[in-house]
Design a protein around this ligand. Sequence first.
Ligand code: HEC
Length: 246
Amino acid sequence: MRGRWLSFAALALVLPACHRTPDGKLDGKATAQPKAFGAGLVEMGGGLQAASVGTVLDQPLVVQVNDAQGSPVKGALVTFRAAGETILTPSSGLTGDDGQLSVTCQLGSSAGRYQILAATTDKSGKSVTLRLEEIALGYQQNLGRQLSDRYCSRCHDPESSAERVSNYDNLTVKPHTFTDGAFLNSVSDTDLAAITTYGGAARSKSAEMPSYGGTLSKTDIEALVAYIRAVASPPYRARGLIYASE
Ligand code: HEC
C-alpha cells in the first residue's frame, strides 16, 4: 500500500469551457462573470470520499458561498483547481439560488490524497479559498475496501446504508470506524492484521470482534490494512497528498 512519494509539484488543470448559468444551464461562454460576491466559502458535502483511482466520485462536491451574515449568495463565481489529473466538471460556475455550486470529480490515476482548491472573490476582489481532499485508492486498497464493505462495516461503521443495517449500536465495546486515524494511526500494521486474523479475544480485546483467519487470506488481510491506512483522517504518516496549485 505504501503510496509513492508524490511530489509537491502539481498540475493545475485547465478544462474546456463548460460553465453554468445561475439556473444551472450550460451557457457555453468562455468565462462566467460573477453577478454577486460573498464573504465566505464553506463545504456542504463531498469531501474525503474514497474511490478507485481514475473513477468518478459517487457524491458531487458541493460548496456554498455566504455573505458576512452567513446567508447564501446567489450568482457568485466559484473556481476549482485540482491536483494531478483530477478532473472537476464544471471547473467553475455561478452559485445557484441556494448559494451552492455542485461539481463532479474524477480522480487521477495515482493512489493518494488529492487536494482540491475552491475559490471565490469578495467585493474588494480578495480571494476566499477552501480546501477539500479526496482519496484515490490503488488496487490493493480498493480490494480492502470491498472486503471491508462485505465483512467489517456492519460493525465498524455506525451509519446504516440502503444495503446494510449497522450492528454498531448492539455492540458492548464500540469499535473504531476505519477513518478514525486519531486512534488507528497509532496501531501497528502487525497489530491490525493480528486482531483481524485472530479476533479481539486473542489480543485482550472484546470477543465481539470476530476472527477472520479462517475466512480471509493473508493477502486479503493485508489489503484491509492498506485500506485502513488509506482512508485515515488525519492521514496516516501524512504522505502522498497531491497539492493543488494556488
Ligand atoms: C460483529 C462485529 C464486528 C465485525 C463484523 C468486525 N469487527 Fe472489528 N471490532 C469489533 C469490536 C466490538 C471491536 C472493539 C474491540 C475492543 O476494543 O475491545 C473491534 C475492533 C477491531 C480492531 C481494533 C481497532 C478498533 O477498532 O478498536 C480492528 C483492527 C478490527 N476490529 C478490524 C476488523 C476488520 C478488518 C473486520 C472485517 C474483516 C472487522 N473488524 C469486523 C467488532 C467487529
